[in-house]
Design a protein around this ligand. Structure first.
Ligand code: FAD
Ligand code: EPU
Length: 342
């Protein structure tokens, strides 16, 4: 039975966002086939109301009720498209859970995304901000995606280059924002991958276990363990991961900052640019562990804002603005939000 046109009204989004903010969508529906989606487009409903494509809700902050239609994409399926001696093309439906997809690939011995283990959310959202962790980004293994044009219902293919990936960025956050629903993503994974274990914490985890020749599975396990120790579990404490991006500044500006703040945590970012650790900047301004009502800054990771229970999206946003202002006043550095504020 197709789920559409089962459109619910005034639908609670509490369990559809990992901040666990109370918010309702004027309309809500789930879509699991292209035909469903095309019916929805043909109904004209999307012309009348603003649209929010919803995945796992792990990179969203609702600051009020959403006066439009939230479309939850729930299509499923993973298929191997092509296999050579050293690589495999694997296509996943957008509605698959990201970590379950990574686990499938790790178990099959397909390498390339093991460092991205345990990132919340769905496969269809991974290209939106080019998810990244522990020295790897999704663009490194991304082959192509299929996306539905929300005006015409047409299914288009985007190559890696066409997605214009950058740090926590893609064309879907810019020129094509709100214009497409990603329907599937295809990855090119390696059968004899070069593992990325240069990230300090991964090396430490492997060393502690006496692992000298790590497998894909060892790296995935190490990453899961690091993440479980460092980041709050959204099931227990509402959050959306890093609230801000790590800012990139000119080399000259970074050198000047380093004169005043020799402990500034920074990394080369190429092209005379330097990336600064936003968590360090925020912690230096005294925010780490700060709490205002139920909105707070996580006590172990200052880049993560948390909801202790009944915070509203506006409470979290107000705190975020105060943090941005204080970091700017102290360091002259502008923090951009990573989380999508709705
Ligand atoms: P949602 O939150 O549902 O949506 C995010 C955005 O994508 C919205 O604008 C939405 O409209 C749009 N969207 C969703 N699905 C589609 C689709 N199919 N087509 C078109 N648009 C769509 N991110 C990292 O990069 N690295 C990390 O290490 C990381 N760690 C995290 C840790 C925690 C504890 C949490 C809570 C979050 C973390 N994140 C991290 C952020 C988040 O997991 C990612 O951004 C993830 O890709 C969001 O997926 P989602 O399905 O939950 O997207
Ligand atoms: N730091 C502090 N205080 C803090 C937090 C961090 O001083 O409270 C400093 C530490 O020196 C630390 C450095 O900042 O060494 C970097 O911290 P961490 O390794 O925790 O990584 P991050 O830069 O804070 C980024 C991503 C994460 C990703 C990790 C691991 C962004 C915005 N965030 O965090 O992604 O998991 O690296 O690769 O790039 C996300 O995007 O939601 C996310 C969680």
């Amino acid at each position: 039975m197709p789920i559409f046109p089962d459109i619910k009204e005034n639908f609670s989004l509490h369990s559809f966002n990992t901040f666990h903010i109370e918010s309702t969508a004027r309309y809500f529906t789930e879509v699991n086939t292209i035909e469903n989606f095309r019916e929805l487009i043909a109904s004209g409903k999307l012309d009348e109301s603003p649209l929010l494509v919803l995945g796992g809700g792990s990179n969203l902050l609702f600051t009020g009720n959403f006066n439009g239609i939230a479309v939850h994409i729930i299509n499923k399926g993973i298929e191997i498209q092509n296999r050579t001696a050293d690589a495999v093309l694997v296509k996943s439906a957008a509605g698959e859970n990201w970590h379950e997809f990574v686990t499938y690939c790790v178990n099959e011995g397909f390498g390339g995304i093991e460092n991205l283990s345990l990132i919340p959310g769905n496969v269809g959202s991974c290209p939106i901000q080019n998810i990244g962790a522990y020295g790897v980004e999704v663009k490194d293994s991304f082959h192509s995606l299929e996306a539905i044009d929300l005006q015409t219902g047409e299914l288009l293919v985007f190559s890696n280059e066409e997605c214009r990936f950058g740090y926590r960025d893609s064309i879907f956050k810019r020129d094509l924002k709100g214009k497409f629903a990603i329907w599937s993503v295809t990855f090119e994974l390696k059968l004899n991958p070069v593992l990325h274990i240069e990230y300090g914490a991964i090396k430490q985890e492997l060393d502690a276990k006496g692992i000298n020749h790590a497998s894909i599975s060892d790296v995935s396990t190490a990453v899961c363990s690091i993440r479980q120790n460092k980041l709050p579990d959204p099931k227990l404490l509402g959050n959306a991961g890093s609230f801000f991006k790590n800012p990139t500044v000119d080399q000259k500006f970074a050198e000047k900052l380093l004169e005043s703040f020799p402990k500034l945590v920074h990394y080369p970012a190429g092209n005379d640019k330097v990336k600064l650790a936003a968590g360090w900047l925020i912690e230096q301004c005294g925010w780490k562990g700060h709490r205002e009502g139920d909105a707070g800054v996580h006590e172990n990771q200052a880049l993560v804002l948390v909801n202790y229970g009944r915070a509203t999206g506006s409470n979290i946003l107000t705190l975020a603005h105060r943090i941005q202002n204080s970091v700017y006043e102290r360091f002259g550095v502008k923090l951009d939000m990573e989380v999508n504020v709705i």
